[in-house]
Write a protein that binds this ligand. Structure first.
Ligand SMILES: Nc1nc2c(c(=O)[nH]1)N[C@@H](CN(C=O)c1ccc(C(=O)N[C@@H](CCC(=O)O)C(=O)O)cc1)CN2
Length: 285
């Protein structure tokens, strides 16, 4: 049996089509969603992601500002820029590209972004609202995972979901979002004993551990849905997920590839969050 491939690129294109239509309708009311992206330093991957965010804004008809700051920018200077963007009326979403250079404290910067403009969903108030189930801007990669599962027509309610990885940006939020969909969630991490045995109980397996090709077929119940959030750059320059795609797809049900799975959803959910923030700002929701 060969598994169905869940294409993040395809789902992403569908969502972007709907966003573009909504932006056209909003423009009749004089509303243009605005996103500010801040990049500090020269990290090659970050430069690509920031360019892709700028292009997504352009393609969907958003206003965008990209602030490219030098590696030596001080925390003080960055906070001053964030403060300016917080007060700018044409900006609905602010995203500071991570990772930041070592001399800047990520927490201080994230906490400085206005909660209403935190389209990354990383501010502690947005995280707290996610925990208690209140309305909030959701972190992009975890909400992209849930959207991919839904749009593949997979029911989460009553299913046993296993999340491998407990990071603040993927593992923890994705487990909360799966619970919100009424899945029963088990979390595994680097200290979990008998991980393969536990993982094999899952109807849905979400993997975010940052170890290339770590999950092989022995972790997968036949027919289980497998979502690979890993993005590991190999010495040969190729990108690999956390899941050994070739062996796992022989036993699993629907599965996401890397690249072309969860990755493309991250920027699409960012665009969705920016639109939500714009509509809230203009009291249209
Ligand atoms: N402030 C933030 N910083 C970072 C985030 C984030 O959500 N907010 N996530 C990542 C980087 N990222 C977006 O910023 C991102 C990563 C990967 C992709 C993507 O489309 N990946 C492609 C492959 C691309 C490649 O070949 O390198 C895929 O998986 O198909 C989009 C966005 C860290 N920083």
């Amino acid at each position: 049996m060969t598994a169905t491939i869940i294409s993040g690129k395809q789902v992403s294109d569908e969502i972007r089509g709907s966003l573009a239509n909504e932006v056209k309708e909003l423009s009749n009311k004089g509303v243009v969603p605005g996103l500010a992206v801040v990049l500090v330093g020269e990290d090659a991957a970050s430069q690509v992601y920031v360019r892709n965010k700028e292009k997504a804004c352009h393609d969907l008809g958003y206003y965008s500002e990209v602030h490219r700051l030098s590696e030596t920018t001080s925390q003080e200077e960055l906070l001053t820029l964030v403060d300016k963007l917080n007060r700018q009326d044409n900006i609905n979403g602010i995203l500071v590209q991570l990772p930041l250079p070592g001399h800047i404290e990520e927490k201080a910067v994230i906490n400085a972004i206005s909660v209403e403009k935190d389209v990354d969903g990383f501010h502690p108030i947005n995280v707290g609202n996610l925990v208690i189930g209140d309305d909030s801007l959701l972190p992009c990669t975890p909400s992209g995972v849930i959207e991919l599962i839904k749009r593949a027509g997979i029911e989460m309610s009553g299913k046993h979901a296993i999340v491998i990885g407990r990071s603040n940006i993927v593992g923890k939020p994705v487990s909360l979002l799966l619970q919100r969909e009424n899945a029963t969630v088990t979390m595994c991490h680097s200290r979990t004993a008998n991980m393969a045995e536990i993982a094999r109980q899952g109807d849905i397996l979400v993997v975010a551990i940052g170890r290339a090709n770590f999950i092989d077929a022995s972790y997968v119940k036949p027919g289980a849905v497998v979502i690979d959030v890993g993005m590991n750059r190999l010495p040969n320059g190729k990108l690999a997920g956390d899941v050994d795609f070739e062996s796992v797809k022989e036993v699993s049900g629907p599965i996401t590839p890397v690249p072309g799975g969860v990755g493309p959803m991250t920027i699409t959910m960012l665009m969705q969050n920016t639109l939500i923030a714009a509509k809230r700002h203009h009291k249209l929701v």
